[in-house]
Design a protein around this ligand. Structure first.
Ligand code: DAU
Length: 321
């Protein structure tokens, strides 16, 4: 998501400068930024948000705004090994906030998740809903969001938190539902649906998410929280069937596997507050999914490299084969 946002912002704001601080963990990939890497208003710093020294390297020449896209993001990985989530998501956010305070930045935006609210049977979470995180990932993000609030209240740091629904689109690492299922099918493999596949998620195409964050940068108020949601709510089976159909496969490609422990059944957020700033989603879930499928079809070398490397080890651990 971070790389999509950088490309989006540089294409629309020729006079902005972007410094990209990235640890390049398993999910980071500089290939995603190849087309802008030589741009005069882009620079890259390899480093960890949990290291004050690395953060200082990135902020050294002064920055106006910090947008924190950096995180360990995958729920299943957090169940297998929570450690990195606490370090990056909680301590990393603290380190960034502290640096933002020292450098008097004009705006700090925390990219967070609807998962901090937990699961909801009907209706939608609003910005005041209490946090009830259910996975180590969600708990780490919730901890980070509380720190953001505290830095606004205690130090008056101009912090804004956004809680987004599930995003999808080009360049997404293959562990997530949509890219995993597309690439499995492109390799003629089965797709592992957890439990009965009746869990519900709300989906946003990456470009609409970039626009939402841009709107928050331009019109959001310090100390405020904004939900980012589209209303495009689908069960996992609906998403799976759409991908199967687009790629010309039948239901026999579905393999129902063991459910995720503590699996949240449904997420949904009310994004009226953000819509009030003039944002609205422009790309429907079907169009977004078609574009995403096309991107993976046309960029086989990008994902083949990932599937043959470190990812395989994780996949074996996760699915036992
Ligand atoms: O809601 C926002 C969150 O969306 C982000 O904060 C997280 O970083 C992001 O990973 C995502 O979390 P989810 O757990 O919803 O995404 P994931 O793609 O892992 O799974 C989506 C749904 O599909 C979920 O109900 C689990 C299910 N699933 C997932 C995988 C990877 C399967 O049935 N089979 C699978 O192989």
């Amino acid at each position: 998501m971070g790389s999509n946002f950088i490309k989006y912002i540089l294409a629309r704001h020729a006079d902005w400068e972007v410094v990209n601080l990235d640890k390049l963990t398993y999910a980071g990939n500089l290939e995603n930024l190849r087309e802008i890497e030589n741009s005069p208003n882009y620079s890259f710093v390899k480093g960890d948000i949990a290291s004050a020294q690395d953060v200082e390297k990135a902020l050294g020449n002064g920055v106006d705004k910090i947008i924190n896209y950096a995180a360990e993001t995958h729920v299943d990985r957090s169940i297998l090994a929570p450690d990195a989530f606490i370090k990056t998501d909680v301590f990393g956010t603290y380190t960034l906030l502290e640096a933002a305070r020292q450098h008097n930045v004009a705006q700090y935006i925390q990219i967070s998740t609807d998962e901090v609210f937990g699961s909801i049977k009907t209706g939608a979470f609003d910005e005041q809903s209490p946090f009830e995180p259910n996975s180590p990932y969600a708990a780490s993000k919730a901890g980070a969001d509380h720190l953001c609030r505290a830095y606004f209240k205690t130090y008056n740091l101009p912090v804004i938190v956004s809680h987004s629904c599930n995003f999808f689109g080009p360049n997404q690492y293959l562990e997530k539902l949509i890219p995993l299922f597309i690439t499995n099918l492109l390799e003629n493999k089965k797709v592992p649906v957890y439990g009965a596949g009746d869990q519900r998620r709300e989906w946003i195409f990456t470009e609409d998410h970039c626009k939402a964050v841009e709107t928050i940068m331009e019109k959001g108020e310090a100390g405020e929280v904004y939900n980012i949601g589209t209303g495009f709510e689908k069960t996992n089976l609906e998403i799976t069937r759409f991908i199967l159909q687009e790629l010309g496969f039948g239901e026999d490609r579905i393999e129902y596997v063991k459910d995720r422990p503590g699996h949240d059944w449904r997420y949904a957020v009310n994004a009226e507050k953000l819509r009030g700033l003039g944002w609205q989603p422009g790309i429907g879930w079907e169009e977004g999914l078609r574009r995403t499928i096309k991107w993976y079809q046309e960029n086989e070398s990008w994902w083949k490299k990932i599937k043959s490397g470190e990812y395989l080890e994780y996949y074996k651990q996760q699915y036992g084969k």
